[in-house]
Design a protein around this ligand. Structure first.
Ligand SMILES: Cc1cc2nc3c(=O)[nH]c(=O)nc-3n(C[C@H](O)[C@H](O)[C@H](O)COP(=O)(O)OP(=O)(O)OC[C@H]3O[C@@H](n4cnc5c(N)ncnc54)[C@H](O)[C@@H]3O)c2cc1C
Length: 401
């Protein structure tokens, strides 16, 4: 079969990959585009998989990034359920698992991340759900309901959100996680303790300071054994213990990788025709003056689009400060910048551990802000972080309301 040639090839049909099409078309109206994704679905938004789909606020058909017509209208060829196996940077070609090869002018690696696996006995059993994909939602939803039970392993974003979603859907949930409180990488200790208490009040069986050590099947269900000697039976086991950025293809292409695919301000890798964006990209975060990877929705959308524009020749640095959000029962927030709980934090509450703003500071400079049940203040927070003025933490009282 003759090798097919495309001006732009995008590997990965997540949000970064699909928004790159918009970016390319803003600059280049006609260059050929191929998007290859190993998922069988059209690109979709992941946040509803742990939120609105469970609350009846969205249906599966509402979560797609765009419909098929968008891809047709933009002249983008979609190749779904297709896994790219290797890249040859010298000849600017890539091949899929069946041996088909494609030549690219510019390539975007929007391969995102894959769920980190548990390396414990039973961690690889079929049916243990490493929650990330639409298929995981569909499988979990089919099993969920009154009288069912779930063990959720992991107390970060995914674990906390899916536990709340299942609890609202009348599933008896036990959460096992090593920290003392939920989302401890982000929440200061007091807020973490308050959220933890919220979960307990909703009836979630909280097992902090513990780890799953073995998972086994028991007839139709599961038995999870923990380090502290607990044995928890359940109908489902759901794991959310973080992701590993997908860098295998980048490595096969010989581009620089570290804790992500290393890109410059233009989202260009060490090979000038290969770009990366989204969960897998280790990029210079201009406003914070450091390089990092960001595993959030708004980052994937904005970086994907910018990478698309730059692949088409715009050559614009990525300056945007992405935000992220989460909903844990009645507690919702939006956050921007560096919200690492190891920084100095100052919480300015209107209602303690419920409504207010948490500031994250380093050497007296605001690096990040989390607006808890406070909305539409992201730009104010962005400006504060960009200005990087020195402040005494208490002077921040009332700064964002
Ligand atoms: C359940 C869930 C809830 C979330 N909620 C929030 C939230 O509330 N707020 C927030 O800010 N963020 C949230 N996130 C994070 C956010 O969704 C991600 O940051 C974003 O989806 C990353 O997009 P991406 O395109 O970079 O990567 P991905 O979404 O990982 O997409 C990469 C795609 O590439 C495919 N791929 C990988 N390798 C290959 C290959 N070799 N060949 C072909 N295809 C390949 C993958 O299968 C995948 O389809 C959530 C994530 C999950 C999983």
């Amino acid at each position: 079969m003759a090798m097919q040639d495309f001006a732009y090839v995008i590997v990965g049909g997540g949000l970064a990959g699909s928004s790159a099409i918009e970016g390319i078309r803003e600059i280049d109206k006609s260059g050929t585009i191929l998007l290859i994704s190993d998922e069988k679905h059209l690109p979709y938004h992941r946040p509803p998989l742990t939120k609105k789909l469970w609350l009846g606020k969205k249906k599966v058909e509402d979560i797609f990034f765009k419909d098929q017509k968008f891809y047709d209208d933009n002249g983008a060829t979609l190749m779904l359920a297709t896994r790219v196996a290797a890249i040859d940077a010298a000849s600017k070609t890539l091949s899929d698992e069946t041996g088909r090869t494609f030549r690219f002018g510019k390539l975007l690696l929007a391969t995102g991340g894959r769920p980190r696996r548990l390396t414990i006995p039973g961690g690889d059993l079929p049916g243990v759900c490493y929650y990330r994909y639409l298929d995981d939602y569909l499988a979990t939803k089919a099993q969920a309901g009154e009288g069912k039970s779930a063990v959720v392993i992991g107390g970060g974003f995914i674990g906390s959100e899916i536990a709340a979603a299942l609890n609202v859907n009348h599933v008896a949930v036990s959460m096992i996680f090593p920290a003392a409180t939920l989302c401890n990488h982000v929440f200061p200790a007091d807020l973490g303790a308050a959220i933890h208490e919220r979960y307990r009040q909703h009836g979630v069986n909280m097992l902090p300071g513990d780890r799953a050590m073995a998972i086994s099947r028991t007839g139709k269900g599961w038995l999870t054994r923990t380090q502290n000697g607990r044995e928890v039976e359940s109908d489902m086991v759901i794991v959310g213990v973080g992701i590993e950025p997908s860098m295998g293809l980048a490595k096969s292409a010989g581009v620089h990788t570290g804790s992500g695919i290393v890109v410059n301000a233009y989202l260009q890798s060490s090979h000038p025709d290969i770009f990366a964006a989204g969960d897998n990209a280790f990029f210079p975060y201009q406003a914070l003056g450091m390089s990092m990877r960001v595993e959030h929705w708004d980052n994937a959308l904005s970086q994907g689009k910018k990478a698309g524009r730059n692949m088409a020749g715009a050559r614009e640095p990525f300056m945007y400060m992405p935000y992220f959000y989460s909903d844990l029962f009645e507690f919702g927030y939006e956050a921007v910048g560096d919200v690492d709980s190891r920084l100095e934090t100052f919480a300015d509450w209107e209602k303690e551990n419920d409504t207010g703003v948490v500031y994250y500071l380093r050497n007296g400079v605001v690096r990040g802000a989390m607006m808890c049940n406070v909305w539409k203040k992201l730009d104010t927070a962005r400006e504060m972080i960009r200005k990087a003025h020195r402040v005494a933490a208490r002077e921040l009282a009332g700064a964002i309301r």
